[in-house]
Design a protein around this ligand. Structure first.
Ligand code: URA
Length: 202
C-alpha cells in the first residue's frame, strides 16, 4: 500500500529519531564524540529513482546530508549529465553513520543499519534502485532475491535486474561508487555511460 505524502514524511521522521538514539551501533560513540549526525537521506519522498551509497564521509556526517563532499560532486555531475534533478530522486546510504577514517562498512554495521534502509525503500517505493558501490549492490541484490546473480561489480555495473518487492517490481541497476571516478579517472567515463541507462526511467 502506498502512503500519502504526510505519512511518508512522518515515517521518515520516525526513522531519523530512531537513528539519533541508536546507541547499540558500534558507530554511535564515534558520532557523539565528534558531534556528527546520522545521515538519513535526502530528496523526494515520491521519487521513482533511489540511489543507495555506502556510508557517510566527514562532510556528510557534519552536515547530515548524503553525498555532499567530493564524491557528491561526482554524483551531481552524473545527474546533471542526464538532466536529472537531485531534488527529484532520493539519495541515501546503507550505513547511516560515518565509519572512522572512511573505512569500508563492516558486516555488523550493515546488519544494524539495513532495516532502516529497508523501511525507506518501502516508504518511497521506487521503481528503480541504483546502487553506488559494491556494498549496496551486494546488499540490495541479496535482499531482493537475486543472490545467485551477485558477482563482481566490474561485471555487473550498468546492467539492469528486475526483482519483486512487497509493492511491485523494481529495477536494480548496480553502478560504480562515484569515488572511483576520483581515484581512477578512467572510470568517470564508465560511470557517465552507465548513467545513460537511467534516462529511460526519468
Ligand atoms: N560516500 C558514500 O557512500 N555516501 C555518502 O553519502 C558520501 C560518500
Amino acid at each position: 500500500m502506498s502512503l500519502s505524502l504526510e505519512e511518508r514524511f512522518e515515517e521518515m521522521k520516525k526513522i531519523r529519531d530512531e537513528l539519533f538514539r541508536l546507541s547499540s551501533s558500534p558507530l554511535y560513540e564515534y558520532r557523539q564524540k565528534n558531534k556528527y549526525y546520522p545521515v538519513v537521506g535526502e530528496g523526494s519522498h515520491t521519487a521513482h529513482i533511489m540511489f543507495i551509497g555506502e556510508a557517510p564521509g566527514k562532510n556528510e556526517a557534519e552536515t547530515a546530508r548524503p553525498f555532499c563532499g567530493k564524491s557528491g560532486k561526482v554524483l551531481d555531475d552524473m545527474l546533471e549529465s542526464i538532466k536529472l534533478n537531485r531534488s527529484d530522486v532520493y539519495i541515501t546510504n546503507i550505513v547511516k553513520d560515518r565509519p572512522p577514517e572512511n573505512r569500508d562498512p563492516t558486516e555488523e554495521e550493515i546488519k544494524i543499519y539495513a532495516p532502516y534502509l529497508d523501511k525507506q525503500i518501502n516508504i518511497i517505493q521506487p521503481t528503480v534502485i541504483a546502487t553506488l558501490g559494491r556494498y549496496s549492490m551486494s546488499y540490495i541484490m541479496n535482499h531482493f532475491g537475486l543472490a545467485s546473480l551477485v558477482g563482481q561489480i566490474s561485471e555487473l555495473h550498468g546492467k539492469e535486474f528486475v526483482a519483486k518487492t512487497e509493492y511491485g517490481s523494481v529495477t536494480i541497476i548496480p553502478l560504480y561508487h562515484p569515488a572511483v571516478a576520483l581515484y581512477m579517472g578512467g572510470n568517470k567515463e564508465t560511470l557517465l555511460n552507465d548513467f545513460q541507462i537511467l534516462k529511460k526511467y526519468i
